[in-house]
Ligand binder design. Sequence first.
Ligand code: NAD
Length: 347
Amino acid sequence: KRLGWAIVGLGDFALNEILPAFGACEHSKITALVSGDRDKAREVGSRFGIGEEGLYDYESFDEIADNDDVDIVYIIVPNAFHADLTVRAARAGKHVLCEKPMAPTVAECERMISACRDNDRKLMIAYREQFEPHNLAAIRMIQEGRIGDLRQINAHHGRELDPSSPEDQWRMRRDLAGGGSLYDIGIYSLNAARYLSGEEPVEVWGNVSNKPDDPRFAEVEDTMCFWLRFPSGVFAECSSSYSVSSSKRGTVNGSKGTLSLDPLSEYRRHKLTVSDGKEMCEQIIEEDNQFAAEMDHMSLCVRDDGTPKTPGEEGLQDIRIITAIYEAAWTGKSVTIDSDYSRSPED
Ligand code: NAD
């Protein structure tokens, strides 16, 4: 039996990537839509065979408790609304997959984790790259020693913020987005540094640079450079920017070679190259639909009472580190990270 999913928010990412990905799912199907725009919900619903009984808005959302066709709620709205909607979904008896970044503050992340725990519901954060075959192959090769001792990581994510696009308008507002490029896309650099090294950082540094006199950056940062020191001595040099052309890459340097993911976090068509110190060699890896893999993983966790690979605690850890990076950037001093979180090892 496929588990039933309610999609909360019918914006750019939900419409263009997530809804189509259900076509590639084996264990998940769409059974409800939540939107503030009834006409849009009806139109999208008609394409996916969802009638009026499966349509909700943000006022009627709690009534989803009575809908037995919904097992899991997938939250795909601006970051500031992730926490409240997660809590409401858990209280309605639904399991939750929530988009990254988990929430603007550590306190909100903790509230989400508590609500799901108190209602005995599963909570997963949508780190799709941890389900993407090229990234998984990179993790495996590093663990197998293909590039020797891991010493250093570079990761960068950038794009041009476009004020004419609806999806970028809330990203310019601190109250809706939480922060700027670090929150939105630097989180891919940060999360990759963590899953590629298999370690958690103990100290961070940060530095912000805003394009001068650019109204896009009145409330949120443009470019953030940040550095992470891991317990083994591995160092990650990361960045994010809202004023560069699209770039999403990561490089891992080891004692015997280099591994490069470029792009690292595209929606499709990733590329992994590995060198033994002499020649870069592209690895041939079969593409998979990372969104479908992620959603089916969540469905199987719910069906079989498993633990999500990227639980709320994984999202909280990124927000904890991001908060420390901002503090480091504002104070000009490094900040130590005090956390006993550790990711479960890759299978
Ligand atoms: P978007 O603006 O296109 O979509 C957001 C949707 O939320 C819109 O339909 C909007 O109407 C709705 N919404 C509900 N309540 C709202 C309110 N009070 N104010 C404004 N909008 C409201 O944005 P998006 O790019 O689809 O991003 C949505 C979420 O998905 C964000 O958390 C973002 O970080 C995440 N996202 C993740 C990925 C990924 O690859 N994992 C990619 C893009 C976006």
